[in-house]
Design a protein around this ligand. Structure first.
Ligand code: C2E
Ligand code: CA
Ligand code: CA
Length: 541
């Protein structure tokens, strides 16, 4: 540690310096006195006077000279020591400003140096471009190859950025794998910044070779430039960061320019995230019900449960806007169980032949207690397990297949059925179809709604229905928007369907009205009565 000696050195230096100064001062004073006397006597002697030079006086003078020399050397030594200290100070300052791995500025010094560059660009009527550069999937490089290789890769990325950046750029490392490059440019030529970003992306998409092993990497870049409403370097950096986030979410290995819609989207996301935490317990997020129809008889067989946020200020919010946020902030499990609880309670006294299909997020299949939680909700609401179908997508099978299999096993033991949702998109692999004991395949609406005008969609839908036939899995087509599509699906042997043809998803009260018209409400006058004995699901043994 260097802190302690540095702290004790200072007072010692001061006292030494004081002593040296005092000794030298006294010596000079003495020299002036004795030297004066010696010189006077020597001159008198040389001029034939009678004065005799005092030997003691000469000795004292020589001692004085020695002391003055000592003082001079001491002064030199102290001066050198002081310059060493100043150098160390400079080095410490440089270390505090720069990232030791890449030699780039750190975030704080980018802010300081950037402010100067920002002001100078303003004075010269130029703009400043800020590129924030992030290594895609850097964590997996660390996980797969170790931190030492991760560091080598970061140094390589920094070198590549430095080689491509314009001469007078400020280069900084902002975080573990995030870099920044700022330079002054003519805002009439935005393509200058574009070209630089493009070159960085292309150069860093080439594999990085380490010890004969190729590591495949890429970077995403956010770009912003100082314009009328960007008042400071920090505001510019924030804009570039927002653009970087957009580049990442739209698929990585690309660049994105900041625009104000991105900022608004981020703001909205922040507000939704904050609101979601209260909305779930407050039951602002409610189930809507989409009819599922037997394509042969035209009868309603059940409903798919779809989440809707009845926001007190923003009105109705669609699930695509809040389910991903709930997943990200770890609230999807709580949200899903809240929807299920409300839906089961609503549907308890519907006709006993009607089923409910609920969507379960892939993230929920990481919860070892999921099956128990669903079963408990069924028991508490008195909704029979045999009328419940769980919809999962293929992505649910990637993460932890054994855990997913065990959860699904517990659910199926209770008589709950399982559907593979959105089939046709993603991998659509036969191996996945066999990985879990599915009871049904749902054909994604993107194919179904286009079968009449897109022969490829027709071929895919036809293949999935045939596949279902041969595996003994009935198919449900979603996204049936008109009667001609319905007819076509029926003709190729699809058993069930759902879509706007049968109506938009309905709220609880509307479904009740629809079911009452169709005489599909069970004759149970007291909705709040406890569930009749015998329909509660068996508890896991
Ligand atoms: P999904 O499971 O594919 O749900 C079907 C979506 O298609 C629903 O959108 C539905 O309103 C819409 N749709 C129905 N008929 C038609 C049609 O004829 N044409 C077209 N173009 N679309 C139709 P919604 O309700 O906006 O839900 C979107 C997605 O959000 C769902 O896709 C599902 O993945 C997810 N989601 C909804 N509720 C929940 C939930 O409670 N939990 C989870 N984990 N995800 C949910
Ligand atoms: Ca679904
Ligand atoms: Ca679907």
């Amino acid at each position: 540690m260097t802190a302690k000696p540095a702290a004790t050195r200072a007072p010692r230096n001061i006292s030494r310096e004081f002593m040296t100064g005092a000794v030298t001062g006294a010596a000079i004073l003495l020299f002036v006195c004795t030297g004066g006397a010696v010189i006077v006597k020597t001159i008198a002697h040389l001029h034939g006077g009678t004065a005799v030079v005092d030997r003691t006086l000469i000795a004292v003078m020589l001692l004085n000279i020695a002391l003055i020399l000592f003082g001079w050397f001491r002064y030199r030594a102290l001066a050198e020591e002081l310059s060493d200290l100043t150098d160390a100070g400079h080095r410490a300052q440089a270390l505090a400003q720069r990232d030791p791995l890449t030699g780039f500025l750190n975030r704080r010094s980018l802010s300081d140096d950037g402010a100067t560059l920002f002001a100078s660009a303003r004075r010269r009527d130029k703009a400043m471009a800020m590129l924030t550069i992030d290594v895609d999937h850097f964590k997996s490089v660390n996980d797969l190859h170790g931190y030492a290789v991760g560091d080598l890769l970061l140094a390589h990325v920094a070198e590549t950025i430095a080689a491509i950046a314009p001469g007078a750029s400020l280069l900084a490392r902002l975080g573990e794998d995030e870099f920044a490059c700022a330079f002054v440019f003519d805002s009439a030529h935005r393509n200058v910044a574009d070209r630089i970003a493009e070159r960085m992306i292309a150069a860093l998409a080439l594999p990085f070779r380490n010890n004969g092993v190729d590591i495949h990497t890429s970077v995403s870049i956010g770009i912003a430039h100082s314009d009328g409403d960007c008042g400071s370097i920090d505001a510019l950096l924030r804009k570039a960061d927002i653009a970087l986030h957009a580049a990442k979410t739209s698929g990585r290995n690309r660049r994105a320019w900041f625009d104000h819609a991105m900022e608004r989207a981020l703001q909205l996301r922040g507000e939704l995230e904050a609101g979601l935490r209260n909305a779930i317990p407050a039951q602002e997020i409610v189930p809507y019900f989409e009819q599922q129809v037997d394509l042969t008889t035209g009868r309603i067989t059940g409903f798919e449960v779809l989440a809707r946020w009845e926001h007190p200020v923003r009105g109705m919010i669609a699930p695509d806007a809040f389910i991903p946020i709930a997943e990200e902030i770890g609230m999807i499990g709580e949200l899903s169980l809240s929807i299920m609880r409300q839906a089961f309670a609503d549907a308890r006294d519907w006709d006993a032949g009607l089923t409910l299909s609920v969507n379960v997020s892939p993230l929920q299949l990481r919860d070892a207690w999921l099956a128990q939680k669903i079963i408990k909700t069924l028991v508490e609401t008195g909704f029979p397990a045999s009328r419940l179908e769980i919809e999962i997508t293929e992505t649910a099978l990637f993460d932890n297949l054994p855990l997913a299999q065990s959860i699904v096993g517990s659910l199926k033991n209770q008589g709950i059925r399982l559907a593979l949702d959105d089939f046709g998109t993603g991998y659509s692999s036969l191996a996945h179809l066999r990985a879990l004991p599915f009871d049904r395949i749902k054909i994604d609406k993107s194919f179904v709604s286009s079968i009449l005008d897109n022969p490829e969609s027709m071929a895919i839908v036809n293949t999935i229905v045939r596949l279902g036939d041969s595996l003994n899995l009935p198919t449900t087509a979603e996204g049936i928007e008109d009667a001609a599509i319905e007819e076509r699906l029926h003709a190729i042997g699809c058993a069930k369907g759902q879509g706007y043809l049968y109506g938009r998803p309905l709220g609880t009260a509307q479904v009740r009205r629809l079911l009452a018209e169709k005489r599909l409400l069970a004759q149970r006058p007291d909705r709040d009565a406890p569930p009749p004995r015998g329909i509660a699901p068996r508890l896991a043994s």
